[in-house]
Design a protein around this ligand. Structure first.
Ligand SMILES: Nc1nc2c(ncn2[C@@H]2O[C@H](COP(=O)(O)OP(=O)(O)OP(=O)(O)O)[C@@H](O)[C@H]2O)c(=O)[nH]1
Length: 318
Protein backbone atom coordinates (compact mmCIF):
# COMPACT_ATOMS: atom_id res chain seq x y z
CA UNK A 1 0.00 0.00 0.00
CA UNK A 2 1.36 3.38 -0.90
CA UNK A 3 1.45 6.31 1.49
CA UNK A 4 -1.26 7.97 -0.61
CA UNK A 5 -3.62 5.31 0.72
CA UNK A 6 -3.44 6.92 4.15
CA UNK A 7 -6.24 9.28 5.19
CA UNK A 8 -5.91 12.88 4.21
CA UNK A 9 -5.74 15.35 7.08
CA UNK A 10 -8.92 17.20 7.98
CA UNK A 11 -9.77 19.33 10.96
CA UNK A 12 -12.61 18.24 13.21
CA UNK A 13 -15.65 20.32 14.12
CA UNK A 14 -17.33 21.90 15.97
CA UNK A 15 -14.59 24.11 17.29
CA UNK A 16 -14.18 25.01 20.94
CA UNK A 17 -14.22 28.73 21.80
CA UNK A 18 -11.13 30.35 20.33
CA UNK A 19 -9.46 33.26 22.08
CA UNK A 20 -7.93 35.99 19.97
CA UNK A 21 -4.13 36.24 20.22
CA UNK A 22 -3.08 39.06 22.54
CA UNK A 23 0.27 40.13 23.99
CA UNK A 24 -0.69 38.12 27.11
CA UNK A 25 -1.17 34.88 25.17
CA UNK A 26 1.71 32.55 26.08
CA UNK A 27 4.02 31.45 23.26
CA UNK A 28 3.95 28.00 21.69
CA UNK A 29 7.39 26.59 20.83
CA UNK A 30 7.52 23.94 18.12
CA UNK A 31 10.69 21.94 18.72
CA UNK A 32 12.15 20.62 15.47
CA UNK A 33 15.51 19.19 14.47
CA UNK A 34 17.27 16.25 12.89
CA UNK A 35 16.75 12.77 14.38
CA UNK A 36 18.79 12.38 17.55
CA UNK A 37 19.67 16.09 17.83
CA UNK A 38 18.16 16.08 21.33
CA UNK A 39 14.65 17.52 20.82
CA UNK A 40 12.98 15.44 23.52
CA UNK A 41 15.92 15.92 25.90
CA UNK A 42 15.72 19.68 25.28
CA UNK A 43 11.97 19.71 26.03
CA UNK A 44 12.66 17.66 29.14
CA UNK A 45 15.48 19.99 30.30
CA UNK A 46 13.45 23.17 29.71
CA UNK A 47 10.43 21.63 31.43
CA UNK A 48 12.49 20.65 34.45
CA UNK A 49 14.13 24.11 34.53
CA UNK A 50 10.69 25.76 34.60
CA UNK A 51 9.34 23.27 37.14
CA UNK A 52 12.18 24.26 39.49
CA UNK A 53 10.94 27.84 39.23
CA UNK A 54 7.37 26.62 39.83
CA UNK A 55 6.50 28.10 36.47
CA UNK A 56 4.93 25.02 34.90
CA UNK A 57 4.88 24.79 31.10
CA UNK A 58 2.23 23.05 29.01
CA UNK A 59 3.87 20.18 27.13
CA UNK A 60 2.68 18.23 24.09
CA UNK A 61 4.22 15.12 22.58
CA UNK A 62 3.48 14.86 18.86
CA UNK A 63 5.79 11.90 18.22
CA UNK A 64 3.55 8.83 17.86
CA UNK A 65 6.52 6.47 17.45
CA UNK A 66 8.43 7.30 20.61
CA UNK A 67 8.57 4.41 23.08
CA UNK A 68 8.88 6.45 26.24
CA UNK A 69 8.06 10.12 26.70
CA UNK A 70 10.80 11.50 28.96
CA UNK A 71 8.89 14.59 30.10
CA UNK A 72 5.50 15.03 31.75
CA UNK A 73 3.20 15.54 28.77
CA UNK A 74 -0.13 17.32 29.15
CA UNK A 75 -1.15 15.95 25.78
CA UNK A 76 0.39 12.83 24.25
CA UNK A 77 -0.51 11.93 20.66
CA UNK A 78 -0.05 8.28 21.64
CA UNK A 79 -3.25 8.50 23.70
CA UNK A 80 -5.17 9.35 20.52
CA UNK A 81 -3.48 7.19 17.89
CA UNK A 82 -1.79 3.81 18.09
CA UNK A 83 1.30 3.94 15.86
CA UNK A 84 1.84 0.16 15.73
CA UNK A 85 -1.83 -0.48 14.89
CA UNK A 86 -1.77 2.17 12.16
CA UNK A 87 1.35 0.51 10.71
CA UNK A 88 -0.36 -2.90 10.75
CA UNK A 89 -3.83 -1.82 9.61
CA UNK A 90 -2.56 0.26 6.69
CA UNK A 91 0.50 -1.89 5.93
CA UNK A 92 2.71 1.16 6.19
CA UNK A 93 6.39 1.60 6.88
CA UNK A 94 7.64 3.73 9.81
CA UNK A 95 7.47 7.12 8.03
CA UNK A 96 4.09 6.45 6.38
CA UNK A 97 2.69 5.42 9.75
CA UNK A 98 3.98 8.61 11.45
CA UNK A 99 2.38 10.73 8.72
CA UNK A 100 -0.89 8.82 9.01
CA UNK A 101 -0.89 9.27 12.80
CA UNK A 102 -0.39 13.02 12.30
CA UNK A 103 -3.24 13.04 9.79
CA UNK A 104 -5.47 11.30 12.32
CA UNK A 105 -4.34 13.75 14.99
CA UNK A 106 -5.46 16.59 12.70
CA UNK A 107 -9.03 15.29 12.88
CA UNK A 108 -8.82 16.05 16.61
CA UNK A 109 -6.84 19.24 16.29
CA UNK A 110 -9.61 21.65 17.23
CA UNK A 111 -10.14 19.68 20.41
CA UNK A 112 -6.43 19.76 21.22
CA UNK A 113 -6.17 23.51 20.56
CA UNK A 114 -9.25 24.05 22.70
CA UNK A 115 -7.60 22.25 25.62
CA UNK A 116 -4.41 24.33 25.31
CA UNK A 117 -6.40 27.53 24.88
CA UNK A 118 -8.52 26.83 27.95
CA UNK A 119 -5.36 26.59 30.10
CA UNK A 120 -3.47 29.41 28.46
CA UNK A 121 -3.75 31.77 31.42
CA UNK A 122 -1.98 29.19 33.60
CA UNK A 123 1.29 28.46 31.80
CA UNK A 124 4.26 30.59 30.65
CA UNK A 125 4.98 28.61 27.50
CA UNK A 126 3.67 25.59 25.59
CA UNK A 127 6.35 23.20 24.30
CA UNK A 128 5.57 20.86 21.40
CA UNK A 129 7.96 17.98 20.70
CA UNK A 130 7.77 17.04 17.01
CA UNK A 131 8.36 13.55 15.58
CA UNK A 132 11.93 12.31 15.24
CA UNK A 133 11.49 11.90 11.47
CA UNK A 134 11.55 15.62 10.86
CA UNK A 135 10.30 15.56 7.27
CA UNK A 136 7.15 13.70 8.36
CA UNK A 137 6.19 16.91 10.14
CA UNK A 138 7.83 19.70 8.17
CA UNK A 139 6.92 18.44 4.66
CA UNK A 140 3.48 16.99 5.31
CA UNK A 141 0.05 18.55 4.92
CA UNK A 142 -0.78 17.68 8.52
CA UNK A 143 2.43 19.34 9.74
CA UNK A 144 1.36 22.55 7.97
CA UNK A 145 -2.18 22.34 9.35
CA UNK A 146 -0.90 21.82 12.89
CA UNK A 147 1.65 24.65 12.58
CA UNK A 148 -0.78 27.12 11.01
CA UNK A 149 -3.47 26.28 13.55
CA UNK A 150 -1.15 26.92 16.48
CA UNK A 151 0.16 30.08 14.84
CA UNK A 152 -3.35 31.46 14.34
CA UNK A 153 -4.16 31.04 18.04
CA UNK A 154 -0.82 31.55 19.83
CA UNK A 155 2.39 33.50 19.22
CA UNK A 156 4.23 30.50 17.79
CA UNK A 157 7.99 30.14 17.34
CA UNK A 158 10.26 27.41 15.99
CA UNK A 159 13.17 26.10 18.05
CA UNK A 160 15.49 24.20 15.71
CA UNK A 161 17.75 21.86 17.70
CA UNK A 162 21.26 21.26 16.36
CA UNK A 163 23.56 18.50 17.59
CA UNK A 164 26.73 20.58 18.00
CA UNK A 165 28.89 17.50 18.49
CA UNK A 166 27.83 16.15 15.08
CA UNK A 167 28.32 19.51 13.35
CA UNK A 168 32.08 19.83 13.65
CA UNK A 169 32.38 18.98 9.95
CA UNK A 170 31.58 22.16 7.95
CA UNK A 171 29.79 20.18 5.24
CA UNK A 172 27.53 18.43 7.76
CA UNK A 173 26.83 21.75 9.46
CA UNK A 174 26.02 23.38 6.11
CA UNK A 175 23.58 20.58 5.16
CA UNK A 176 21.82 20.99 8.49
CA UNK A 177 21.61 24.77 8.03
CA UNK A 178 20.14 24.36 4.54
CA UNK A 179 17.45 22.20 6.07
CA UNK A 180 16.86 24.78 8.82
CA UNK A 181 16.63 27.49 6.18
CA UNK A 182 14.07 25.52 4.17
CA UNK A 183 11.92 25.12 7.31
CA UNK A 184 12.13 28.84 8.01
CA UNK A 185 10.87 29.63 4.52
CA UNK A 186 8.19 26.97 4.62
CA UNK A 187 6.80 27.73 8.06
CA UNK A 188 7.10 31.52 8.03
CA UNK A 189 7.44 31.90 11.79
CA UNK A 190 10.05 33.36 14.16
CA UNK A 191 12.89 30.90 14.41
CA UNK A 192 15.92 30.30 16.62
CA UNK A 193 18.70 27.74 16.75
CA UNK A 194 19.29 25.66 19.86
CA UNK A 195 22.97 24.65 19.71
CA UNK A 196 22.64 21.55 21.88
CA UNK A 197 25.13 19.19 23.55
CA UNK A 198 27.40 22.01 24.75
CA UNK A 199 28.65 19.63 27.44
CA UNK A 200 30.37 17.59 24.69
CA UNK A 201 31.68 20.43 22.54
CA UNK A 202 31.48 24.21 22.98
CA UNK A 203 29.22 25.39 20.11
CA UNK A 204 31.09 28.73 19.96
CA UNK A 205 32.79 27.48 16.77
CA UNK A 206 29.36 27.21 15.10
CA UNK A 207 28.50 30.79 16.09
CA UNK A 208 31.84 31.92 14.65
CA UNK A 209 31.13 30.10 11.39
CA UNK A 210 27.75 31.79 11.21
CA UNK A 211 29.11 35.27 11.94
CA UNK A 212 32.11 35.11 9.63
CA UNK A 213 32.08 32.92 6.53
CA UNK A 214 35.84 33.29 6.18
CA UNK A 215 36.21 31.31 9.40
CA UNK A 216 34.05 28.61 7.86
CA UNK A 217 36.07 28.91 4.64
CA UNK A 218 39.29 28.29 6.57
CA UNK A 219 37.78 25.15 8.10
CA UNK A 220 36.57 23.95 4.72
CA UNK A 221 40.11 24.09 3.31
CA UNK A 222 40.96 21.25 5.70
CA UNK A 223 38.32 19.00 4.20
CA UNK A 224 39.08 16.75 1.23
CA UNK A 225 36.70 16.80 -1.74
CA UNK A 226 37.20 19.93 -3.82
CA UNK A 227 33.73 20.12 -5.39
CA UNK A 228 32.02 19.83 -2.00
CA UNK A 229 34.35 22.51 -0.67
CA UNK A 230 33.40 24.88 -3.48
CA UNK A 231 29.70 24.20 -3.03
CA UNK A 232 29.90 24.65 0.75
CA UNK A 233 31.81 27.88 0.24
CA UNK A 234 29.22 29.26 -2.17
CA UNK A 235 26.36 28.19 0.09
CA UNK A 236 27.93 29.86 3.09
CA UNK A 237 27.77 33.16 1.17
CA UNK A 238 24.11 32.57 0.31
CA UNK A 239 23.25 31.66 3.91
CA UNK A 240 24.90 34.79 5.27
CA UNK A 241 21.60 36.65 5.34
CA UNK A 242 19.80 33.72 6.98
CA UNK A 243 22.42 33.60 9.74
CA UNK A 244 22.24 37.36 10.31
CA UNK A 245 18.59 37.22 11.31
CA UNK A 246 18.59 33.99 13.35
CA UNK A 247 19.28 34.03 17.10
CA UNK A 248 21.34 31.16 18.50
CA UNK A 249 21.46 29.78 22.04
CA UNK A 250 24.11 27.44 23.43
CA UNK A 251 22.52 24.75 25.58
CA UNK A 252 23.11 21.37 27.11
CA UNK A 253 19.97 19.35 27.59
CA UNK A 254 22.10 17.08 29.78
CA UNK A 255 23.38 19.69 32.27
CA UNK A 256 20.58 22.23 31.83
CA UNK A 257 23.00 24.96 30.71
CA UNK A 258 21.46 27.85 28.74
CA UNK A 259 17.80 27.46 29.70
CA UNK A 260 17.39 31.05 30.94
CA UNK A 261 18.83 32.23 27.60
CA UNK A 262 16.31 30.00 25.82
CA UNK A 263 13.41 31.65 27.69
CA UNK A 264 14.78 35.14 26.89
CA UNK A 265 15.09 34.19 23.20
CA UNK A 266 11.54 32.81 23.14
CA UNK A 267 10.31 36.19 24.44
CA UNK A 268 12.22 38.03 21.67
CA UNK A 269 10.76 35.67 19.07
CA UNK A 270 7.30 36.27 20.52
CA UNK A 271 7.77 40.01 20.00
CA UNK A 272 8.87 39.29 16.41
CA UNK A 273 5.69 37.23 15.89
CA UNK A 274 3.55 40.27 16.74
CA UNK A 275 5.69 42.59 14.59
CA UNK A 276 5.94 40.51 11.44
CA UNK A 277 3.70 37.47 11.38
CA UNK A 278 0.46 38.09 13.29
CA UNK A 279 -1.47 39.93 10.53
CA UNK A 280 -1.19 36.94 8.18
CA UNK A 281 -2.30 34.51 10.88
CA UNK A 282 -5.21 36.77 11.85
CA UNK A 283 -6.56 36.30 8.34
CA UNK A 284 -6.13 32.55 8.67
CA UNK A 285 -8.00 32.56 11.97
CA UNK A 286 -10.89 34.49 10.42
CA UNK A 287 -11.10 31.92 7.61
CA UNK A 288 -11.07 29.05 10.10
CA UNK A 289 -13.75 30.62 12.25
CA UNK A 290 -15.96 31.09 9.19
CA UNK A 291 -15.48 27.41 8.26
CA UNK A 292 -16.09 26.23 11.81
CA UNK A 293 -19.38 28.11 12.06
CA UNK A 294 -20.51 26.56 8.79
CA UNK A 295 -19.61 23.05 9.92
CA UNK A 296 -20.82 23.39 13.51
CA UNK A 297 -23.37 20.59 13.09
CA UNK A 298 -20.79 17.92 12.25
CA UNK A 299 -19.82 15.18 14.65
CA UNK A 300 -16.65 15.77 16.69
CA UNK A 301 -15.14 12.30 16.49
CA UNK A 302 -15.65 11.86 12.80
CA UNK A 303 -12.29 10.18 12.09
CA UNK A 304 -12.87 9.25 8.53
CA UNK A 305 -10.26 6.73 7.44
CA UNK A 306 -10.67 5.45 3.93
CA UNK A 307 -8.61 2.79 2.25
CA UNK A 308 -7.46 3.21 -1.29
CA UNK A 309 -9.56 0.68 -3.26
CA UNK A 310 -6.78 0.08 -5.73
CA UNK A 311 -3.36 0.68 -4.16
CA UNK A 312 -1.51 -1.30 -6.86
CA UNK A 313 -2.77 1.03 -9.58
CA UNK A 314 -1.78 3.96 -7.40
CA UNK A 315 1.73 2.52 -6.98
CA UNK A 316 2.07 1.82 -10.71
CA UNK A 317 1.18 5.37 -11.62
CA UNK A 318 4.02 6.77 -9.46
N1 LIG B 1 25.81 14.64 26.08
C1 LIG B 1 24.60 15.02 25.72
N2 LIG B 1 23.74 14.14 25.19
C2 LIG B 1 22.52 14.58 24.84
C3 LIG B 1 22.11 15.93 24.99
N3 LIG B 1 20.85 16.04 24.52
C4 LIG B 1 20.47 14.83 24.11
N4 LIG B 1 21.46 13.94 24.29
C5 LIG B 1 21.46 12.51 23.94
O1 LIG B 1 21.23 12.43 22.55
C6 LIG B 1 20.43 11.27 22.26
C7 LIG B 1 19.21 11.70 21.47
O2 LIG B 1 18.43 12.53 22.31
P1 LIG B 1 16.84 12.67 22.11
O3 LIG B 1 16.39 13.70 23.08
O4 LIG B 1 16.19 11.36 22.12
O5 LIG B 1 16.83 13.25 20.64
P2 LIG B 1 15.58 13.49 19.68
O6 LIG B 1 15.98 14.53 18.71
O7 LIG B 1 14.36 13.75 20.49
O8 LIG B 1 15.48 12.08 19.02
P3 LIG B 1 14.35 11.58 17.97
O9 LIG B 1 13.04 12.11 18.45
O10 LIG B 1 14.46 10.09 18.03
O11 LIG B 1 14.78 12.13 16.68
C8 LIG B 1 20.08 10.63 23.60
O12 LIG B 1 21.00 9.59 23.84
C9 LIG B 1 20.31 11.76 24.59
O13 LIG B 1 20.67 11.31 25.88
C10 LIG B 1 23.05 16.84 25.56
O14 LIG B 1 22.82 18.05 25.73
N5 LIG B 1 24.28 16.34 25.91
Amino acid sequence: MSEEASPTPQTSTPAPPINAVTKDTPPVVLVLGMAGSGKSSFVQALTSHLHKKRNFPYVINLDPAVRKVIFPANIDIRDTVDYKKVMKDYELGPNGAIMTCLNLCCTRLQEMLGLVSARSSQFPVCLVDAPGQIEAFTWSASGSIITDSFASMFPTVIAYVVDSARSTNPTTFMSNMLYACSILYRMKLPFFLVLNKSDIVDPAFLQKWMQDYEQLGASIEDAREAYINNLTHSLSLVLDEFYASIPTVKVSARTGEGMDDVMATIEKCKAEYFEKYQPAYNELLKERLAKDVKAAGDKLNDINITENPNPEAEADSE
